[in-house]
Design a protein around this ligand. Structure first.
Ligand code: PEP
Ligand code: MG
Length: 325
């Protein structure tokens, strides 16, 4: 089996009828680039940088950020690396609480909201990203964007940081692509407007499902309701694909949904052509992509979109996967 997997690493993530799919890796630590490269990832589609904070007692310095990002981009040998800025708060708490007495941390001061209100936290990270970009293809992505104002503020801060670096004669690159995560229903509803101001979009189905279905992604009592295959979530994804096409802004999906074979087929059928999954899931998802035609995926998606509940969608997808192997 390991031999077959090794062979697979050389082969492209291409459907049986020749449609190339970008298959990238989600990582949390620089050392995971080894597994990503070994499994033939097309790049890093999501680098969850908040793990720099979660894994250490000390607050990371600009140099810590810079070293981590440089290590990742060098290890990827020219392949794109999407660095997501800090997504702290809610389910990703560090050692020190960043906001106190929040009754609903998931709806509170988390992610980009927290970064924009703590510039001592955010600035060193943005500086480090622009500095590390001289070593390869780095792209920056802002999480949990909900309003246009947040996106503009984050972009403006990136520009200000670039000017500081220029004034100080520090080597950096400022022309890097800027993208946003689509993980709040408001972002989907307003996506045509957001698309005018970003270079790429990435759907975070973990949070998109949480906020669409009003289900805490970490709450065991309602875990049965937490399904990215819920028809409501699927309709939002379908709408994102439509806007990505009409606005010509590339779209990828980096939530856990992409690493589930049946749901991955459904995403391809809906028109998604870029997936980002944990390195361990790359071989299985690549094998799934290679075993099916896009025409088949489109038929699957068409049928799935007529179903009324996540359970029905998943049962249907399970049957489709069983027929492939
Ligand atoms: C998501 O929300 O789908 C996502 C990819 O980000 P995270 O799981 O880190 O919140
Ligand atoms: Mg998220």
């Amino acid at each position: 089996l390991s031999e077959r997997l090794a062979e697979l690493h050389e082969l492209p993530a291409e459907t049986a009828d020749g449609v190339r799919v970008r298959l990238s890796a989600n990582i949390e630590f620089p050392h995971e680039t080894k597994a990503a490269v070994a499994r033939g990832a097309d790049g890093i589609g999501l680098y969850r940088t908040e793990f720099l904070y979660l894994s250490s007692e000390e607050e990371p310095s600009e140099e810590d950020h810079y070293n981590a990002y440089s290590e990742v981009v060098r290890a990827m040998h020219g392949r794109p690396v999407v660095i997501r800025t800090l997504d702290l708060g809610a389910d990703k708490m560090g050692h020190r609480p960043l906001a106190e007495n929040e009754h609903n941390p998931c709806l509170g001061l988390r992610s980009i909201r927290l970064s924009l209100r703590n510039l001592d936290l955010f600035r060193p990270q943005l500086r480090a990203i622009l500095r590390a970009a001289v070593h390869g293809d780095i792209r920056v992505m802002f999480p949990l964007i909900t309003t246009i104002a947040e996106l503009r503020q984050a972009r403006m801060l990136l520009n200000l940081v670039a000017e500081d670096l220029k004034d100080a004669d520090v080597p950096f690159r400022s022309d890097i692509p800027v993208g946003m995560m689509v993980e709040v229903p408001a972002a989907v509803i307003m996506l045509d407007m957001f698309a005018k101001e970003v270079d790429f979009l990435s759907i975070g189905t973990n949070d998109l499902a949480q906020y669409t279905l009003a289900v805490d992604r970490g709450n065991e009592y309602v875990a049965d309701l937490y399904q990215s295959s819920d028809p409501a979530v699927l309709r939002l994804i379908q709408s994102c694909v439509k806007i990505s096409k009409s606005s010509d802004v590339p779209l990828s999906v980096c939530g856990e949904m992409s690493s589930m074979p049946g749901r991955a087929l459904l995403l391809l059928g809906l028109g998604v052509r870029s997936l980002s999954v944990p390195p361990s899931a790359i071989p299985t998802i690549k094998k799934t992509i290679r075993s099916v035609s896009i025409t088949r995926c489109e038929e699957i998606a068409k049928r799935a979109m007529t179903l009324e509940a996540a359970r029905e969608v998943d049962m249907y997808l399970l049957n489709q996967i069983a027929e492939l192997v």
